[in-house]
Design a binder for this molecule. Sequence first.
Ligand code: NCD
Length: 357
Amino acid sequence: MRHLIRIDELIRDEMTRLFDLAADMETLREMGSDLCKGRILFYEPSPRTRLSFESAMIRLGGSVLGFSDPQSTSFVKHETLADTVHMVCNYADIIVIRHPHAGAAQLAAQHSPVPVVNAGDDSHQHPTQTLTDLYTLRKTRGDISSLTVGVCGDLRYGRAAHSLAYGLATFGAKIVLIAPDGLTMPDEIVWRLNHLYGATVETVASPMDAIAELDVLYVNRLQKERLPQELDPAAVVEIAKQYRIDAETMRHARPDCLIMHPLPRVDEIARELDDDPRAIFFEQSSNGVPVRMALMAMLLNRVDRPPLTEKSPDLTTHADPICHNPVCITQHEPRVAPLSHRVAPDHQVCLYCQLPY
Ligand code: NCD
């Protein structure tokens, strides 16, 4: 049995197999199928991603149950996540979870006899968005490894950006991190891109510093809801304006430079670019359906393809009872084992939120 919690659990070959299957799913998407008579359960609000997973499961012949509003669950009655998972796996064959704490999907997986898919855990990761993004790149450009991709915007709190960076590094693409001061990519992720992937990473502060060299400009909105309380949101909004992309920015881009965005868009891509043929974010969003169909069919072992291999991270017990990241699930769930993940011989991180202790 396999879960999908972080994009960096997947090797290149597994992602490629999944994309091949997603391409086949494009046909089933139209025709419908009874490949998975499974039931999916969604936990936590998320209009876009939830609809995409639900649409995928229904097109596979399965059904959907769950709640999209945490206020309607025992979450508000302070039931632990572990207890909720023990209960819901009686009703579902696969659990898709979005949660406000980093590492929640990891914790859910530890308690679940059915596959768990992480649909976003705080600002930590969003692996199925990355699979959708990479599939879109493969479909439109063929070879991902030869691309130079600018990942632009709120790279500090954006989980889609975090997972995407690892995904691009897996394929050997050149990554240009574009973020103003205060919203730059966390050091831990840059460290891993350099040391674990040997990725080619460049860092600039403004889109104009890199636009001319990009094959793809991937824009991320300011994650206003995740800003730490000590930051003044109005000041950060002003900072975020520095990376707004408009027709003038794109005038300096290559004629075939794609504009991508995980959506929802707020104001970081001017509406005047909607008619620009390089803007492919709605097509990108649509690709989430065949990709999620492929992923769920694989995790439920309903396809005649090699399954995703099970990975066991190199775990150690940490002396600290909990990790010090305030949004880590270990700070909110009682009785979580203080496990750390050895990602390199001298580099250990919390198993749940993946930040150093
Ligand atoms: C992303 C998310 O939720 O992290 N959106 C999505 O899943 N479609 C990006 C975002 O909210 O900015």
